[in-house]
Every structure is written in C-alpha cells, then in structure tokens.
Design a protein around this ligand. Sequence first.
Ligand SMILES: [Zn+2]
Length: 675
Amino acid sequence: MNSLLTRWDTDFALPPFADIRDSDFAPAFEAGLADARAAIGIIAGDTSPPSFANTIEALELAEETLNRVAGVFYNLAGADSTPDREALQRDLAPKMAAFSSEVTMNSALFARIEALWQGRDGLGLSAEQTRVLELYRRMFVRAGAALDGAAQGRMAEVKERLAVLSTAFTQNLLADERDWWMPLAEADLEGLPDFVVAAARAAAEERGRDGHVLTLSRSLVVPFLQFSPRRDLREKAYEAWVARGANGGATDNRAPAAEILALREERAQLLGYDSFASYKLEPEMAKTPAAVRDLLMRVWDPAREKALADADVLTGMMHADGINGDLEAWDWRYYSEKRRLAEHDLDEGELKSYFGLEAMTQAAFDCAGRLFGLEFRPLDTDLYHPDARAWEVTRNGQHIAVFIGDYFARSSKRSGAWCSTFREQRKLGGDQRPVVVNVCNFAKPAKGEPALLSWDDARTLFHEFGHALHQMLSDVTYGFISGTSVARDFVELPSQLFEHWLEVPEVLDKHARHVKTGQPMPAALRDRLLAAATYDQGFATVEYVASALVDLAFHDGAVPTDPMAVQAKVLAGIGMPHAIRMRHATPHFAHVFSGDGYSSGYYSYMWSEVMDADAFEAFREAGDAFDPETAQKLERHILSAGGLEEADTLYTAFRGRMPGVEPLLKGRGLWDPAE
Ligand SMILES: [Zn+2]
C-alpha cells in the first residue's frame, strides 16, 4: 500500500511520515500526474459553456493528489536529502516542468479562461474570484498560452531544460558544501568561543571523526572568520567558502549559470519582452528594471561611503597587529568583531548565552500571541526527522494550523533558511488549514548542551516565523492566492517586519535569559546590543546591493556569454570596496540560479525592507509595539490577504500611503537626518 496515496488518517491529516518509504514517491508522483492530467482533460474538453466553477474552481482542485505528494517530497528533498531522493528530484524536474507547460499551453483550456476573462463583467463574480481569474489568465499568457505552435514547442523545451539546469545547480552546490571540510587541530581552536568549538566537534562527530572540523555551513564558517586569529586558516576557509560551485569538475556551476541566462533571455523574447528582467518584473510591485536600479543606487552610494570609512579603521587595526598590506575579505569579519568589542563591548560568545533556541522559539510564539491571539501547543507526533518538532496553533480554542520547526544544520539539509508548507490554507472544497514548516541551519549543540543562537540566528528564526504567520493566518477561498502567493518583492515584508519584534526591549527582557542561570540579559548589555544593531551595516549593505546589481545586470540587456566577466565588470563599475565580496557570487547564487524565484528579484529583500521599516513605524506611532488596532489592520490587509489584491493596494490599505526610502537608510544607520 502506498501510504502517500491513502487517506491520511492522522492527527490534523499530517503526512504519515513513519509509514512513507522512499520507494513510494516515484509511483505516487506517477499517480498524481495521471490524476491531474485526467482532471484537466475533462475541464478542457467540457462541451458546456465555460463558467468560473467548471473552469477555474475545477482547476484549483485538479492537482489534489499531485500537490499532496509534492508537498511531502520537496520538503524532504530540501531538509533531509539522500542520494535516492536527489536522483528522484533530478528525474522529476523535467517531468514536472513538462506537465506545467502542458497545462499552460493547452489551447482549449486557455480559450475557456480567455472567454471567462472577456465576459467577466456578466459573470457575477466576487472581487476575490475576479482577481483569481485575472491571475490565472496572466499566468497562462506569461507562460506562452497565446503563442503559436512552433513557439509554444520551443517554450516547453526551454522550460524543461531550465528545470534540469537549476536542479543541477542546487545539487552541485550541496555537493561542494558537503565535500569540503577542514580538520582543526587543538592549536587551531585558539580564540574560538565555546559555541564554535562545540559546533566544530559536532560537525566532526557527524562525519564519524574525532576532534574538530570546520565545514562550510554559514553558522560555522562565519563565526570562525569572526574569531580565529589565524589569518592563514581564515584565508583557507574563506576561499573554500566563496569557491562553492566554482571548483572545476562535475560540480562546477559556471557553465550551467551561463546556459540558464541564455535560456531565460530566449524565453522572454519568445513572449515579446526586450529582456528577461522586463518580463520578470512586470507582475512585481517594482514593475521595471529602471525602478529597481534606482532604488539600489539610492542605497549604494551612502552604503559604499560608510563601508570605505569602516575599511580604513579595520586596516589600521590590522596594521597595529603587525600585519602589513591590504585588508582582505577574510580579515573583515575578524577585525570588525574586534572593533565591535572595542566600541560596543559586545561579546558574541557572551551574547549567545542569552539566546537559547528554546527561549527564542517561545519568544516568537509569545509575540504572535500578543499580536494575533495565537497559542502554541507541542504535538507528540512522528515527523520526517527526529530534530524536527511540531506545534498545534490555535486561536480562541479553534484550530489554525500545524507549525513545524526544523532548526539544526545537518549534511542532508541544503544551506540557508526557509519557510514552506506541506499544505496551504484555502476554503474551496472544505476548510483546509495549513501545515507550515520553518527550516534553518543553526549549529547543533553537543549532546546534553543547550542550543544557542547568535543574534543573526535569532533574527533568522523570527524572519522565517514571519513567513509562517503569513501562511498560518491566511484567510482566502482559493489556494492560488493563499498565504505567501504574492508578488516576490512583497513576500519578504511579513518576514522582515516580524524581525523588528525581536528588538523590542520588553521581548528581550522576558525571553533573552541566560541559559544556565535564567537571569535576564543585563540592561547594559541589552542597550549595547540594540545600539550595535546598525553596526557594520556599510558592509552588509554593500555585499547585498552588489549581489542585487549583478543579478539585475544578468537579466537586463544583452545576455552574458561569460557571466563571471559581467560580474567583474559590474563590481568594477560601482567601485566595489576591495575587502568586501558579493554576499552570493554567481557560482553559488542559489537565489538566482536554483530556480526562477529570485532571478532579477534579489533586490526584493531591500524593496521589502523599505516597507518593513515603514510598517513597524506604524506601531511606534501608535506608541506600543503590540498595539491591537495596528496588529488587527496588519492581519486584515496583509497577513490574511494573500494575493487578494495588488501589493501596493494592500500596503496602502494597511498604512494609508506608500513608503519612501528614508526609514530604511535610517534603520541601517546610513542616513543622518541632521546632515
Ligand atoms: Zn524570507
């Protein structure tokens, strides 16, 4: 019996993880695809006149089985991969892309949607239904439904090839991250705080070795670069870290990246756009490449100026250490940490003792409770990995969602942090409540030790939880516009906004307690932490904006035959500071090449930050970070609304106006209103 295809008779209809075997996936996908094809064939072949119910609503329900199976599989492939799962993922990529093309290029189906759209005024549709119809039509047109036969065929080939390439890109990156590690002798541990030593020991254990090893996991390599006084080891680790995807051989990502860019360009041209960026930005809040470049450049100049001034200070510190020459990329974090200690007296090691994973999870839950009335109850249930945990989320005793937190790094998990769903919210065909997961890569503590987070980690936890709220509080009829199904440059608003609550002093007082003593963080330490929030923002902004500008250059204008050369040209053109590199260089720029999500869209974090800075200001203006009326508006117009309306309409409904760039510059300490 294939447990993926049976009725899930579990609590909250969670996937029956304990019964699912890897061998179930391939046949379940086959069955899901067959079901979906049959259902769509019936819709397209219907001889009765098209109606919203027999076309759009039927489409909404046509992929039930497939969505259920894919919901389990892709979550596992990201969070707990195995060679078998990787092989199946490679196998599925072209099949799923082909299926998707088959649907969007089904001319009989498109004709029904087009007829509905043309006659929409006479259909008596609700506002939500009109919006869903509009978005379906837009999806079909943008996928090539209105193209002639030959162009459609080529479009399908292009998409299939893109799916194969982006899967390869992801897997190459995972392979490079998994295959590199550096043993650390006892002497190499000098200067490293306990939590780094513990993480290096855990990493060694995971690889079946004694002692300590350094891996390329961000939560291990970044603190190593911050704390290790060994310049030679820092250089070695840094160079390995930034060489991911560019090591030559079978896992090199430079050729796939070039091919991906060429195919995207072809795709945009088939649809009549002058560049992939114009095509991609059309449904976004930004709308045009010029608007994106304008925002990025308004931030670039003040950020670069700040970073160059900081580089001078750090170079001086390095020279005082007796090391001559230029400050290099592997020196920045080390001297910056020293400077932070000197100027802000913030000791990352000391700080970590106040950010237990357990307490920070409770802090996120507590904020969600105070803002939106949500309650969280631990669930005792089988999940896909022993490190993952689940909670039932309720409000006034009513079931809202199941939330899964999967927080620790492991070699089977891809890097980064993300939020996804096993099941999304919708009301069509019965009230379906979501199952939402947050996946992070926090260093796992040694046995018996509490898990500690850095300030960055804690922010990541809050960030992903903000996405989770967007999914859990979703309240729409159609899955197509549920939760985070919004413009890409709007989707980071709930997540980045939620990060602000971690900085609320009363939240820190209540939850940031010493893991051993239970004492609250001393007020002086807390104030220093908050004062240091804008510390090194020149660096952070420069490494981010540089990546966003390279992403934009790749997709706007002539397609680069040599992306690495274009990357170098863009960086030279903007005067990239010598000691700072892109946050993500091309060969490991997964946002841009692991899929289409953030291609010519990496700017969207900053676009969202413009809004989150301004949105949190609404709570400040109300005089209370938990102001009930503002929280209610936030839920009504943004967190529950999904893609009900265009993003600027939703934002304006919440705030009464659109935001400017000033709160962001102020928030990052890059703009002084007195100047
Ligand atoms: Zn995010």
